[in-house]
Every structure is written in structure tokens, then in C-alpha cells.
Design a binder for this molecule. Structure first.
Ligand SMILES: [Zn+2]
Ligand SMILES: [Zn+2]
Length: 375
């Protein structure tokens, strides 16, 4: 079968000298695209998924990759369950999945990671989002959110079995949680490993269910959770709250809660990283003569001295009036203000007269030339 197989590098679409990060990136993209969870009943996607997983499992292992580089597919002939599938999913793929998909699929699917491993495992992460105002993102805030969380059933200590009884080893899989079936096909023997249908992969079955949790081993309740939003957080960033995710397995610690922050726009200010941007109108008389104006900043109004002869579109920098760095809130970015010189739309007679008298004083050649254009 080996000669029919596609080259592993070709499968992942990477060059032969691709490093670990490039392999992982390529595999992640393919696995996400063809993952059985998102392509149910699609045999072609399943085949592509297996092909990519196989390629990655070999190339991500330095020893296997060396052998593959030297001998090609024949390096693994007769290994790993062989057959047309040529690849055994029951082995250490769990580690690869745990590593790659821990965040990708939110973990909570009971995916490949826990089926054969029975030690303590950290619970999956939960995700939620909160909307905060522009100012709350700049200065930080405290928020409270409500989440429905599972807790271990205190009645049965999470076993799901009626107190006084205990879960029994599953007779179908002998506690392994997985069953192996072999199938004779025209390509040879295909070995398939599946989650045990009897115990759902747990390895144990409950004869008498706990009446409190109906055998699930957990209860659910709404919890109010405090979220400390740090100053300087930006739209789309997440806050990790340890121990507020899914229950751990077999005494493992709880997963985390990841709270994504959605920041509302501000009517005056735009933000980029720690810089703020806005425009501020200034009267044309102050632009010409100079003087003090009040400019709105995220901290409130500040006074700013305008130089005589300031043009419209002049950009000024208000140091330290930007957004605090999320790593160190005593370090703040700057606020960049674009000055817009405002020409009055209505003038009374006295003002017009004053401007005409001013106009008459403008005798320079440059001025005459410009005026000529508009006469
Ligand atoms: Zn219970
Ligand atoms: Zn079983």
C-alpha cells in the first residue's frame, strides 16, 4: 500500500525543511477544516483528516521524521496497525489532540483526549464575552457576570452511583473505555477503535443511579463571577479566570473561564493600541493670534496653548493622555489631536467691517495673487 500514499510533506502542504511551528500551523488548519465534528458523515473529509493526522504524527516526532526522510513510507511498513488505513488512532494521538485542540474546540466535546487516560485531568475551558465602554477599557473596571457551572454532586461525590453502591467496571470494554473492531475488506484487515457504546468511554457503568443527580455525577447552578478588567484592555482580548471552567476529571482541577471583552466605540476618540486620536475645533482668531483652548481628553478637558499662525490639520501630541499599557498601567500612551480651524458661518455687520479692515491691511504680493483667484 505504501506506494499509493501521498508524501507527508505534500499532505500538509509544507516544505521539507518546515520547522515545528510551520508543521503545527499547517496541520491545525487542515484538521480544523476536515475535523469529523464539523464534517459529520463526510467520508472524504474523514479520509483527509486521517491523512493529515497521520502525516503530522510522523513529522512532528523528530525520530519518526528522520526515518521518514530517509526511507519514506516504507519506514513504517507493518507498523501501527497497518492495513489500508495503515494508521492506528488508538495510540498517542490523544496528546496531539490535547495539545492542538485544547483551545480550538473549547475542549468540552469529550474529544479524543480523555478516552484511554484515567488519571486526573484538568477540566475544559469555558468561554463567554462581556461588553464594556470605551472608558472602562481604558481605565479598567470590575464586572459581575452570571454563568451556569457544574459542580460535583455532593450526594454521590461525583460518581453518579447511588450512595452505598459504586460504579462497576464496564463489562463490554473491561474498563478500557474503547472497543476495537476488525473488519475484513478488499484492501485487507481494517482495525477500528471506537468509544465503548456501553459506558460512553468512561470504563465504568452505574447499576443504581444517584437519585440526586440522576447518575450524571454533577449538579448545575448559576454562579455570579467577578471579572476584574485590567486598565488598557483592548477589543477582542480575553481575561482568564482560573478555576471557573468545566469540572476536572478524576480529581483534576477545574478548567478556566475565558471572558472575551467587546469594547464599544467612543463618539470622540479612536484608539490604536495605547494611542488615542481625536479632532478638536479651534476658532480661526485663536489659530491666527494664538491663545489657550480647551481640548477634550479621556481624562476630561485640558488647556492647550495654540501658537500664533496655527493651520488647520495641525497635529498635536498630548503626552500621557492615551491608554495605559495593559502590562503596566502607570505607563500611558499619548493622545494625538488634529486641530480643525473653524471659520464662522455667520458674522454681524460689525464683525464683517472688522474683517474688511483687516483685509485692507493685507498688502503682500502673495496675498494679492491669492485674492485675485477668487475675485
Ligand atoms: Zn449524585
Ligand atoms: Zn465500556
Amino acid at each position: 500500500m505504501a506506494e499509493n500514499k501521498r508524501d507527508y510533506y505534500e499532505v500538509l502542504g509544507v516544505s521539507r525543511d518546515a520547522d515545528d511551528a510551520a508543521l503545527k500551523k499547517a496541520y491545525r488548519a487542515l484538521a480544523k477544516k476536515y475535523h469529523p465534528d464539523t464534517n459529520q458523515g463526510n467520508a472524504e473529509a474523514e479520509a483527509k483528516f486521517k491523512e493529515a493526522s497521520e502525516a503530522y504524527s510522523v513529522l512532528s516526532d523528530p525520530e519518526k521524521r528522520r526515518q521518514y526522510d530517509q526511507f519514506g513510507h516504507s519506514a513504517f511498513d507493518g507498523m501501527g496497525g497497518a492495513g489500508a488505513g495503515g494508521f492506528d488512532f488508538g495510540g498517542d494521538m490523544g496528546d496531539i489532540f490535547g495539545d492542538l485542540f485544547g483551545d480550538l474546540f473549547g475542549g468540552g466535546r469529550g474529544g479524543s483526549r480523555s478516552r484511554t487516560y484515567s488519571g486526573p485531568m484538568k477540566g475544559a475551558n469555558l468561554r463567554t464575552s462581556i461588553r464594556i465602554t470605551f472608558e472602562e477599557a481604558v481605565f479598567g473596571c470590575e464586572k459581575e457576570i452570571e454563568m451556569t457551572l457544574k459542580d460535583e454532586c455532593t450526594h454521590c461525590q461525583g460518581t453518579g452511583a447511588k450512595p452505598g453502591t459504586s460504579p462497576q467496571t464496564c463489562p463490554k470494554c473491561n474498563g478500557r473505555g474503547r472497543v476495537v473492531t476488525t473488519q475484513q475488506t478488499m484492501f485487507g484487515m481494517i482495525r477500528n477503535e471506537q468509544v465503548c457504546p456501553e459506558c460512553g468511554g468512561k470504563g465504568t457503568v452505574i447499576k443504581e443511579k444517584c437519585p440526586h443527580c440522576y447518575g450524571s455525577g454533577y449538579t448545575q447552578s448559576k454562579k455570579r463571577i467577578q471579572v476584574s478588567v485590567p486598565a488598557g484592555i483592548d477589543n477582542g482580548q480575553s481575561i482568564r479566570i482560573r478555576g471557573k471552567g468545566e469540572l476536572g476529571v478524576n480529581g483534576g482541577e477545574r478548567g478556566d473561564l475565558l471572558v472575551e471583552v467587546v469594547v464599544s466605540n467612543h463618539p470622540l476618540f479612536k484608539r490604536q493600541d495605547t494611542s488615542l486620536y481625536s479632532t478638536a475645533p479651534i476658532p480661526f482668531t485663536i489659530a491666527a493670534l494664538g491663545g489657550t483652548v480647551r481640548i477634550k481628553t479621556i481624562d476630561g478637558e485640558v488647556e492647550y496653548d495654540i501658537k500664533p499662525g496655527t493651520q488647520t490639520d495641525t497635529k498635536i501630541r498630548l503626552r500621557g493622555k492615551g491608554v495605559p499599557s495593559i502590562r503596566n498601567k502607570s505607563v500611558r500612551g499619548d493622545h494625538f489631536v488634529t486641530l480643525v480651524v473653524q471659520v464662522p458661518e455667520r458674522l454681524n455687520e460689525e464683525q464683517k467691517e472688522a474683517l474688511r479692515r483687516f483685509e485692507d491691511t493685507m498688502t503682500g504680493e502673495e496675498h494679492k495673487k491669492k485674492r485675485g483667484l477668487f475675485k
